[in-house]
Structures are given as C-alpha cells and as structure tokens.
Design a protein around this ligand. Structure first.
Ligand code: ZN
Ligand code: ZN
Ligand code: ZN
Length: 260
C-alpha cells in the first residue's frame, strides 16, 4: 500500500494568517502545513486499480486533490467531527462528476450525526437547489473491524480531551490523529506496525493533544518500525524539531509518501 500525507498541520494550518514567527515565515516547504489528512492506495484492488481511501475531508481538501493529482476516491474514513476534519466534504462533488459514482463515508455514530447536522443539505435533497450536492453513502461504524470494498479496517478508539476519536489500522499502517490518551485496550491492536502516524501538537502540553514528549512516550510503547508525528502547530520548525527526535520517529510533512 502507498500512503500520502496530504496535510500535517493543526486546525489553523501553518503559516497562520498574520503570524510572523519563525515557522510561519520559514522558507522550508516542510513548514507549510495544510490541515491533516492522508490518502491511501491499498493493496486491495477495485475495478483493476488500487482501492483509494481518504482519511478525513479537511478544509483544504480541494487544494490537496489539486496538489497530489487525486481524481478518484472510493471511501472516506472519518476520525471525528471537528471542523478541521470534515469541512471539505462538499468538494466530493468533483469526484462524483469525474467518476460517475457515489463515495462511501464511514464514521462512528457521534461523528455521523454531526456530519448530518453540519451538512444537512447533503442528506435532505429537498432543502438545497442549484450547484449540486456531494453524492455519498454514510455508513455508521462501531469499534468492530469492518470492510471497505474487501479491505479490512480496524478502528482504534481513544480520547482527544472530552471527544472520542477513531484511529484506523489498515494492514501494518495505523493513523491516530487528535489524541491525548490511548486506553490500555487499544495497545494490543497496535502490535507489529510498520508505520504509525500519531498526533504531536507542540512542545507545551495541551488539554486535548499529545505534546511532542507525550507522543514520543506513546510511540516508544507502540514501537512501530517508523513513527511520524502530525497535527503540528507553528511552535514547531521542522528542521530543528525533526533533528532532535529519537531514532525511528520523525515529523510528517505535507507530501510525505511511503510504501508499506
Ligand atoms: Zn506563527
Ligand atoms: Zn479534533
Ligand atoms: Zn484536528
């Protein structure tokens, strides 16, 4: 499978509008962070091409499709309902137009309910005329493993302050954004990972996200062959922060690609 990091930034993105700090004024492309999302081309085949799974539709989804030449998506897995993870949903319209198909969405019941509220026009066609609406089928998932066109996906349930978030394991890859506490029950699902992408907001502690130090501790316990941190604020200047990380842990950046 191939994974592309479409965005590695916190909810405001980096640079932050109007900010003159070192990260926001950095010339390093790795300090430009769109809102978090990853695109997975799985080993599982669908109509003779790799199954294409997106995790979250960020507010930058359109820009991310353009940047990485994405013109087809079979399914979207939602981690949670915060706006930096769902607001690009309307841009699924263009996938519908290009591929003449609906896109399958998967979310836990709380996230599915919030998506239906936030995008009520999508789920009640009589309320919206003109411009078209995204054509989607929204499936409610539980903590049990499920299949997306034959590809097994294992949900991982953890805390993000008061909010419950789903991460996802697909093969030997796991994605866990927006996390500040992993319950004991989830560690056995994370054994034998080749690559883990994990939340690490900034150096200082935060109520709802791992700090860099907390993320290092969690990553060392999970012990994936390679861990990448994501959802980073402008407190983090890529080159210097990345150089200080332990072996086997690096910062993700927009455009990072790897095969597993
Ligand atoms: Zn800044
Ligand atoms: Zn969040
Ligand atoms: Zn977030």
């Amino acid at each position: 499978m191939k994974v592309t990091v479409l965005g590695s930034g916190t909810s405001q993105g980096v640079p932050i509008v109007g900010c003159k700090c070192p990260a926001c004024t950095s010339a390093d492309p790795k300090d430009k962070r769109l809102r978090v999302s990853v695109f997975i081309e799985a080993d599982t085949q669908l109509n003779s091409s790799p199954l294409k799974i997106l995790i979250d539709t960020s507010p930058d989804f359109r820009q991310q499709m353009l940047a990485y030449n994405i013109s087809d998506i079979d399914a979207v897995l939602y981690t949670h309902y915060h706006v930096d993870h769902i607001m690009g949903l309307d841009d699924i319209r263009q996938i519908n137009q290009l591929q003449h198909k609906h896109v399958e969405l998967f979310a836990n019941s709380e996230t599915a309910d919030r998506i239906k509220q936030t995008f009520s026009y999508v789920f009640d066609e009589n309320t919206y005329k003109g411009g078209g609406i995204p054509l989607v089928n929204l499936h409610t998932i539980s903590i049990e493993p499920f299949e997306v066109f034959g590809q097994k996906v294992t949900p991982l349930e953890y805390k993000h302050g008061p909010t419950t978030v789903y991460g996802f394991r697909i093969g030997d890859f796991a994605y866990m954004t927006d996390c500040n506490f992993i319950p004991e029950s989830e560690f056995s699902k994370l054994e034998g990972l080749k690559v883990l992408i994990l939340d690490a907001l900034r150096y200082r502690e935060h109520e709802t996200h791992f700090s860099i130090a907390q993320a290092i501790a969690a990553a060392e316990r999970i012990n994936a062959k390679q861990t990448y941190f994501t959802h980073m604020t402008h407190d983090i200047v890529h080159a210097e922060a990345n150089a200080a990380l332990p072996e086997g842990i690096q910062l993700a950046y927009d455009g990072l690609q790897f095969e597993i």
